[in-house]
Design a protein around this ligand. Sequence first.
Ligand code: FEO
Length: 388
Amino acid sequence: MKAVELKKDIYWVGGIDWDLRNFHGYLTQRGSTYNAYLIMDEEITLIDTVKTYLYDEMIERIASITDPSTIKNLVINHVEMDHSGALPKFIQDYPDVKIYASPQGVKGLKAHFGDDITIAPLTQGDSLNLGSRKLDIFLTPMVHWPDNMVNYLEKDGILFSNDSFGQHIATSERFEDDFHADIVVEEARKYFANIVLPYTDQVKKELDAVAGLSFDMIAPSHGLIWRSETERIIELYRHWSENRTEKKALIIYDTMWNSTRLMAKQIQEAFDESGYRTMLLSLQNNHISDIMTELITAEYVCVGSPTLNNNMLPTVAAFLTYLKGLAPKGRKGIAFGSYGWGGQSIEHVREMMENARINVTNTFKQQYIPSAEDLAGIKKEILDEINA
Ligand code: FEO
């Protein structure tokens, strides 16, 4: 396994996780990479590491360029262990390396790996002098942990953006224009929706901080390196971080005996007739992380569950729990569902949607099987609401 040269003396030396399919609840159907970068200057510098089990792969790639013991500096941009997991082994094997992190990163790394690690703090505006280059430091707290930072090499025009602009894709290609750019953008959208979405205000600050920089590569810590589409991904991040929605409605549901599904279809029809783009998303067949990818541009989020044992179905509860954590801003919603007796699920769905910051504008509760007249009533109410 070899390093890949990005520019003269700058190399990708990360690890490829071909088998990853679950990243704490996020379906990573294309796997992922953990990107580490090697800068060959007077002070040889490594940016980030990899997950623990890919340590040997990273070292083999580094060794294709230089003896790893020649690395002088190790900059850890993020404590989360997909990037720092290999740190203890690296320190054990190469104890003379000087480690850097943000002030919050210093705290986090010590909490993870022990107080006896010596780590020098880097803060906003600092630069590491590498010899013919300097590595500029920008703190980006809460994109998406308190410790995050990104780095900029002015001489080479590279932004090392850590988790920002990443995508979960395992591939032997390293640049988005060597892969399929639209797939990279789609995976970046999924990544934003499932990881970055709660922190849109902090993303705006990061975008403002890097707006004045001139770069022709964005090198994230996951997936492909942006080379031809740097402006496109920056513009998309601005778009997504502003929570701009489209005339789009998601109808998300699970069903027991088809009644809640009939309601879902009727709700979809009302939005269709009103010129909305719609998606009918059964929780039996759609992964919650794929639904989130669609949700970042949806104006309406409609969620339905029948009542089972005085409660909503577990699939719906799982989706709403996930949604609450990701806390999208500025969405409207409808809660609905059928029931035989009791009918508690619909109010529970409504409460959970409101806890997820969805503005619930209507609720539909149907006992047993909806008649044609019941369904027509649902449709009329929605059309009246949309066209009011
Ligand atoms: Fe890719 Fe927040 O770790």
